[in-house]
Design a protein around this ligand. Structure first.
Ligand SMILES: [Zn+2]
Ligand SMILES: [Zn+2]
Length: 217
């Protein structure tokens, strides 16, 4: 029944899952986390025949956000997200790019910062915004309760969780975000993560070694 379609486009040396997400009914969509390799993203847009209405960012890391300024200018669309707590990461993308040897990384200021409980639209489909700090302070996840799908950035992976050793990372906050915000979405919810294969909330709740420890206070 799902009206949402997704094309996953691995970009940057970090093999980040840039996601083209669209409504099949209206062929209107969004590009989530255009970290770089814009030629590949352009090709996916052309192949799908989708009209891109906006760019969404899950968080401010270079592999997710470094191509956002260029793509925004090229498509003439707004950037929405992440939470403003990641502003410091988006401001310093050029410096981070030099550090990692990634050329052309540009700083970007979103047209709209997102907060927990906000919604964003993909065509006629509404996604809920969950603020999930821990991997970065401003990480957000996008959830379609009706389509049973989520895009979680680097918060949760198949069999793993986001790293917390980068600036602003917080291990306790990360586990709390996953347990309080993502696990309650329901076992049948499938999610696209920032790196690697898709999974479901139920599979991770049952088998993810990072979530099986004692409950945290
Ligand atoms: Zn990240
Ligand atoms: Zn990443």
């Amino acid at each position: 029944m799902s009206d949402l379609r997704a094309a996953i486009i691995p970009v940057t040396p970090f093999q980040q899952n840039c996601t083209l997400l669209w409504s099949e009914k209206t062929k209107k969509g969004v590009v989530i986390d255009p970290g770089g390799d814009l030629d590949r993203i352009r090709q996916a847009i052309a192949e799908s025949g989708v009209t891109v209405e906006k760019i969404l960012l899950t968080h401010g890391h270079i592999d997710h956000a470094a191509g956002a300024a260029d793509l925004k200018e090229e498509l003439g669309v707004p950037v929405e997200g992440p939470h403003e707590a990641d502003r410091f990461l988006l401001d310093r993308l050029p410096e981070t790019g030099r550090m990692y040897g990634i050329e052309g990384a540009r700083a970007v200021t979103p047209d709209r910062w997102l907060n927990d409980g906000d919604t964003v639209t993909v065509g006629e489909v509404t996604l809920d915004v969950l603020h999930c700090p821990g991997h970065s302070p401003g990480s957000v996840a996008f959830v379609s309760p009706s389509q049973r799908v989520a895009i979680v950035g680097d918060v949760l992976f198949q069999g793993s969780v986001g790293r917390v050793d980068l600036p602003g990372g917080d291990g306790k906050a990360l586990i709390r975000s996953i347990k309080d915000k993502l696990l309650p979405l329901g076992d049948d919810v499938a999610f696209i993560c920032g790196h690697g294969p898709m999974s479901t909330i139920g599979d991770e709740r049952r088998t993810n070694p990072f979530l099986l420890g004692e409950p945290i206070e």
